[in-house]
Design a binder for this molecule. Structure first.
Ligand code: CU
Length: 152
């Protein structure tokens, strides 16, 4: 498991390509990139959750300040605290670190959807940050029970 034979210099350069998900829409916005974005196909027609990982390659911390989507009337950021979810205004993206949204933890909440997302479609979202430029992410819609197979 721990046999890392890739030289460190190569590893650093390949960081963006080596993302754990399918790497869809990994648009870079000044040191920030996004991997593993997906939306489980929602049960209801007007509400859905979304997950992704924001990777900060820079030595400067940032903050996710808002999320927008043309396909939803509102997108809010939730964190899960002690099993209950709470809306938060902003979440930190640590320097040389990650902000992870995953099932059972932080998630994006889409409300007032204009159409019900179906598996195989995509939903476009725009992430806004305190310092970095906005990053547009194309989230693939997966099955309702999809869980990402990542190495984390
Ligand atoms: Cu929520």
């Amino acid at each position: 498991m721990n046999r890392l034979t890739v030289p460190v210099a190569v590893l650093a350069g390949a960081l963006v390509l080596a993302g754990c998900g399918s790497g869809s829409g990994s648009d870079s916005g000044g040191g920030l990139s996004v991997t593993g974005a997906y939306m489980p196909q929602p049960m209801s027609a007007d509400m859905a959750a979304g997950f992704l990982t924001i990777v900060n390659d820079s030595g400067t911390k940032d903050e996710l300040t808002s999320v927008t989507s043309d396909e939803a009337g509102s997108v809010t950021v939730h964190e899960t605290v002690g099993g209950a979810m709470e809306e938060v205004a902003r979440l930190p993206v640590p320097a040389d670190g990650q902000l992870v949204f995953k099932s059972g933890g932080n998630h994006l909440m889409f409300e007032k959807l204009k159409r019900k997302p179906e598996q195989g479609q995509t939903v476009s979202v725009e992430l806004h940050f305190a310092k970095s430029d906005p990053v547009v992410v194309t989230m693939p819609v997966k099955s309702a029970t999809y869980t990402p197979k990542t190495g984390h």
